[in-house]
Write a protein that binds this ligand. Structure first.
Ligand code: SF4
Length: 308
């Protein structure tokens, strides 16, 4: 069988090893060298182009149903739980806590919860209601497991690597939020970023109020494509007297988008994290759909005042 292998960036270093295993089993194997951002980003076009009958996608579980043969190979990582000892002191004021992690450590979440229960905490694990599949699991774009328990707990605790995943959960919740990062050895509250990102969002909105030309970004990535929303946003912007165009790409090249000088602001309809994490890479404001709606609301108010 001809197989296309797909790895997220952190696992690309192991691509050859896995390719050789599948080749020894009698398969013809090709490795995708395209950046891979998640299971939302299945290389189906590439697979069809090279005549592959199957994609083997490492490091993630299913995100959305597709009309192609895809095998998901999760990549569980055993992080050192010793770091949990250091969270006892900062969590002292809180009796009920919610815990969450990523798919890489979801097999450790039971042990994390047991540790806190053993230290007198009541532990709540949320149910996902978006793309995530497991209780307590969060994605960068799906913090349902955190948001669903925000009202029930006094503090939230994320166990796992990096800031990408907890940032999404942080922005969807309101309680003190402790990051336990076993790879960097960091244990810290990250609540301050809520205000940082709220200010950034406000800044982008205010910088877009005078915009006349709006570019609406649509990706062809199968799990992120949202052309219907792009069409709705285009119609809304045009209804408010703006010029709007839909701009399509697979992976956005921000240098290339910066060359589109006619546009005064851009709106992201792809991975929701792009308008949060990558806004600084564009010279013009990069808005979310909600931020565009706020821009249009403010514009409408200003126009009404001028007429009065
Ligand atoms: S955060 Fe973005 S890249 Fe990650 S799974 Fe969600 S849509 Fe995909």
């Amino acid at each position: 069988m001809r197989i296309l292998l797909q790895f997220p960036e952190g696992l690309k270093q192991e691509a050859l090893k896995h390719a050789k295993v599948l080749e020894r089993a009698g398969n013809e194997v090709v490795i995708s060298a395209t950046p891979t951002f998640g299971a939302c980003d299945l290389a189906i076009d590439e697979a069809r182009n090279i005549g592959a009958e199957k994609i083997v996608h490492f490091g993630h579980v299913e995100f959305h149903h597709v009309d192609f043969n895809v095998e998901y190979i999760p990549y569980p990582i055993d992080a050192d739980l010793g770091i949990l000892e250091r969270s006892i002191e900062p969590l002292k004021p809180f009796r009920t806590i919610g815990v969450m992690t990523t798919i890489q450590h979801i097999h450790q979440l039971g042990n994390v919860a047991d540790f806190f229960r053993g230290n007198g905490k009541e532990v709540v694990i949320g149910k996902p209601y978006g793309f995530a599949k497991k209780n307590g699991q969060i994605l960068g774009c799906d913090a349902g497991s955190a948001a669903s328990i925000d009202r029930k707990v006094e503090a939230l605790v994320y166990f796992g690597g990096g800031m990408f995943h907890p940032l999404g959960a942080l922005l969807m919740t309101t309680k003190p939020f402790l990051l336990i990062e076993p790879f960097q050895g960091t244990v810290e509250f990250i609540d301050r970023y809520r205000e940082t990102y709220a200010k950034r969002s406000r800044g982008k909105i205010l910088a877009s109020v005078d915009a006349k030309n709006i570019g609406i970004l649509v990706t062809t990535k199968n799990g992120q494509n949202n052309m219907p929303m792009a069409k709705i946003l285009k119609a809304k912007a045009e209804g408010a007297g703006l010029n709007a165009a839909i701009l399509v790409s697979n992976t956005f090249d921000f240098n290339s988008i910066n060359n589109m000088m006619e546009f005064d602001a851009f709106v992201n309809t792809a991975c929701p994290r792009i308008s949060i994490d990558d806004a600084d890479r564009l010279r013009k404001p990069l808005l979310s759909a909600n931020e565009l709606n706020e821009v249009l609301r403010i514009k409408g108010e200003l126009a009404a005042k001028q007429r009065a």
